[in-house]
Design a binder for this molecule. Sequence first.
Ligand SMILES: NC(=O)c1ccc[n+]([C@@H]2O[C@H](COP(=O)([O-])OP(=O)(O)OC[C@H]3O[C@@H](n4cnc5c(N)ncnc54)[C@H](O)[C@@H]3O)[C@@H](O)[C@H]2O)c1
Length: 263
Amino acid sequence: MHQSTSTNMSGARVCLVTGGGAGIGRACVDYFAAQRHHVLAADLDPQAAAQAAERAGAQHGIECLGIGCDVSSRADCEAAAQRALARWGRIDVLVGNAGVQLAARLLEADESHWDRLVSVNLKGVANACRAVLPAMIGRGDGRIVLVSSINALRSPPGMSVYDMTKAGVIGLMRSLAVDHGREGVRVNAVCPGATLTDHHLRVAAARGQTQEQLREATRGYALLGRVAEPAEIAAAIHFLASDAASFVTGATLVVDGGFTIKG
Ligand SMILES: NC(=O)c1ccc[n+]([C@@H]2O[C@H](COP(=O)([O-])OP(=O)(O)OC[C@H]3O[C@@H](n4cnc5c(N)ncnc54)[C@H](O)[C@@H]3O)[C@@H](O)[C@H]2O)c1
């Protein structure tokens, strides 16, 4: 499929990152590029995707591209996968990261809240997996890492629909691991704890807090006394996608500085 137009003479691995324009996704674009992957950053914001790809590509000397993609659209996800295949001839890794973080108790969650969370965090993750699986199965090798959350495992107040979608991501991860293990596809999930991303900076700015004030306010989090940097989540995602994790599939890796065991 599109092999003839491939420029992947180097044999470098190819990674598609959804939500690659900001936060954890952008850190993944950078991390995988540093590990000699061609990366396609797919994001609702095409400019952010292009900038993340351009920066990582220039910094690490490997071609990376950005593409506008709404993961809630099956067609957009197919188009993103086809873009990577057309350019590089293969897809080794999917980081299913794109997600929205909206808070509400079930009683206050209106239909648009439900629709947004379910269409991006659940259907969007499934759409991305569906788009890359045929190429991975065709090569008998694929690595999918889905970004869930510690909210799948424990529940802060007022996050019911978000928490449900993140638990659903783990359910999808398990079932894909079962269905596609014999076809050479490993599927795992990470559950990040609080991570200082663009999302949190936006929320803080909306309440008049600077980045420094936000950092100060998050001191003491978890067993390590701080929140995560996006690159620390990207490193865990890369581990699961790498040959170092060649016998790991169906696993959920909690990356939260010990927050969930703290009680
Ligand atoms: N930041 C945290 O503390 C934290 C903790 C646990 C889990 N997570 C999960 O990590 C993932 C990334 O979170 P983040 O904090 O980096 O978020 P962020 O808001 O900083 O970045 C998310 C990126 O996804 C993109 N995006 C949103 N909707 C999209 C869509 N429909 N299609 C394609 N792209 C879309 C946005 O444009 C943005 O570039 C999410 O799935 C989130 O639930 C984050």
